[in-house]
Write a protein that binds this ligand. Structure first.
Ligand code: SF4
Length: 579
């Protein structure tokens, strides 16, 4: 056993004892032959590993902006009242409460995980009922919500690529009619882009992995969707997991990889067993394992690796570090994963949605895919719409769809939309002069999160939530990201207190650019986006909040003068005090 088993070992202790003790760390260190310091450093990196004892029930309440606008504060207070515990404090209560970032339930907020079971659409009354039931020894699983994302088909009928009927094994059966080269060719011709947010051409990635000779290669499914506001990958894994598995098998066939790993975010572990059951069914029907569908030497199998709570692990390089049993800190890389990836072997990392589309392209043919969408971004895209809309859910849209249509009566039915955040906090905001913009490569791409806010929402509150998120999630290895996001967050707080000047707006832009230019990974490079775009696109709002000059703030502060003034004050008042 080597250190790639480290996360699993830590999970075993965490789930069994509620925390990872010093003794446990020492045992794991001996078992995996990894130093105690290293095991400890991995343990402290991940959000869901605790080093202090927790109660019988661990509650993680989502504090994302969508949760916030749907009543998070009242629900948080209810949890504290009903359990007698305080958030983010360890104690000897049987309930331990913690804040957490988006748990992939933005269509059903406020939501929480209790012992990693989902509880959605929470209200103070509902919280009381849940806590009473738990105190009465009811089973957590039995009282958990049945998550029920609404899946909306758009365009209707035949044009849907993902949300159409599914037949187990159909794309693999279709795929083996072609050679691996032809499969790569089909994916390339379809111009499929990686849908985890980077939009890298998938055919290029598969081709590069195929061409790199090695005894072992890997296909990794990135199921660590953590961008606040997105929940499409969860829905895919719950409703159409077979499509994702088949995409992995086809990627293995095309590249020569024989091993697949689904890196499943810890927040989604409540359906891990169901996924494992499906993998077993695939094995039984010869769709996984040795000589798949009777094709000699076409061997491929998949295992699931649970993450442990870290947004940055959604980045491929950090995800690989995590799989190798390290802190999920993105390394400085001068090579691509398709050459030196997991265990330094050629590796394809594709996200859940990308693999589902790859599977459909092989099943339906690249021409079907190319007949939809735009020149540069053919096909359709899954979008998670949440916020101030009557119909939150997952929408399959054709690339090129205008934002106004997504807000309209046929789709999400937004109410007085004012501020739209496309692609989550790391993306771009849209104001109401831009609703005719289209979701496509020629205009604005969307990774999947589409959050709508109406006029009653406080823009600074939204931006502060985003900056708090990045401040928390920065892994801290590079200074611009670690310190810069802290500074930007302080700037937003200063604006909220009414103490900011136009100088702060200038500094936001300067700091934002420094962070973007000098950070190591995608988190830092995109974290200032929401703030930079907002101050540009909502100038009227910021001009109202921040006067053009602020006389009080422009008074120069002289420390020496202040000290002298204080000394003379003491001298003057001391005799009075001595009386
Ligand atoms: Fe870590 Fe931020 Fe640097 Fe990325 S940019 S490596 S998250 S500190």
């Amino acid at each position: 056993m080597d250190r790639t088993h480290l996360l699993n070992e830590l999970w075993e202790y965490q789930l069994k004892f509620g925390y990872i003790s010093e003794k446990a760390i020492s045992r794991i260190s001996k078992k995996l032959k990894v130093s105690i310091v290293e095991v400890e450093s991995v343990t402290t990196f991940y959000h869901f590993f605790h080093q202090k004892p927790t109660g019988k029930f661990i509650v993680y309440l989502n504090n994302s902006i969508i949760s916030d606008i749907k009543g998070h504060e009242a629900v948080k207070a209810a949890f504290e009242k009903e359990t007698g515990s305080t958030f983010n404090e360890y104690g000897d209560n049987e309930f331990s409460l913690f804040d957490t970032s988006c748990i992939g339930m933005s269509d059903q907020e406020p939501a929480a995980l209790i012992n990693f079971q989902p509880f959605t659409d929470l209200t103070p009354k509902k919280v009381k009922g849940i806590i009473d039931s738990l105190k009465n020894d009811e089973n957590v699983k039995d009282i958990a919500s049945k998550t029920k994302s609404k899946i909306q088909y758009h365009p209707e009928g035949d044009k849907a690529i993902i949300f159409r009927s599914y037949e187990m094994g159909k794309s693999i059966r279709e795929g083996i009619k072609y050679s691996p080269d032809e499969i790569v060719d089909k994916i390339s011709k379809a111009k499929l882009l990686g849908l985890g947010g980077a939009f890298f051409p998938v055919g290029y990635k598969w081709n590069s992995c195929k061409n790199n000779e090695a005894d072992t290669k890997y296909i990794i499914c990135n199921a660590d969707e953590g961008e606040p506001g997105t929940f499409k990958d969860r829905a895919l894994l719950q409703y159409l997991p077979g499509l994702v598995i088949e995409g992995m098998v086809l990627a293995g066939y095309a590249t020569g990889a024989k091993e697949g790993i689904i890196y499943l975010r810890a927040e989604y572990q409540y359906f891990k067993k169901r996924l494992e059951g499906l993998l077993e069914e695939f094995r039984k029907t010869k769709l996984l394992g040795k000589d798949i569908l009777g094709v000699k030497d076409f061997d491929f199998d998949i295992r699931i690796q649970l993450g442990a709570g870290s947004y940055v692990c959604g980045a491929a390089s950090a995800l690989i570090e995590s799989l190798e049993g390290r802190r999920g800190e993105p390394p400085v890389r001068t090579w691509s994963a398709t050459k030196h990836g997991f265990r330094h072997k050629p590796t394809v990392v594709n996200n859940v949605e990308t693999l589902a589309y790859a599977s459909r392209i092989i099943e339906l043919g690249e021409d079907h895919f190319l007949s939809l969408g735009t020149e540069e971004s053919p096909g359709t895209k899954l979008i998670s719409i949440s916020g101030d809309v009557a119909k939150p859910g997952i929408y399959e849209i054709e690339y090129g769809t205008p934002i106004i249509d997504m807000l309209g009566i046929e789709m999400s039915q937004a109410t007085s939309p004012y501020f739209i955040q496309v692609s989550g906090p790391s993306g771009e905001c849209i104001n109401n002069t831009e609703f005719n913009r289209r979701i496509c490569k020629e205009d604005i791409m969307c990774g999947g999160s589409f959050m709508v806010f109406n006029r009653t929402r406080d823009l600074l509150n939204i931006l502060r939530n985003f900056m708090e998120f990045f401040k928390e999630e920065s892994c801290g290895v590079c200074t611009p990201c670690r310190a810069g996001n802290y500074i930007l967050n302080e700037k937003v707080k200063k604006m909220q207190r009414g103490l900011a000047s136009q100088e702060d707006i200038k500094e936001i832009k300067q700091w934002g650019n420094i962070i973007k230019l000098s950070s190591r990974c995608g988190l830092g490079k995109s974290s200032p986006n929401s703030l930079i775009y907002a101050v540009e696109k909502f100038k009227d709002y910021f001009n109202l909040k921040i006067p053009p000059t602020n006389e009080f703030l422009n008074v120069e502060f002289d420390m020496q003068d202040a000290v002298q003034e204080f000394d003379s004050f003491i001298k003057d008042t001391q005799p009075e005090l001595d009386k």
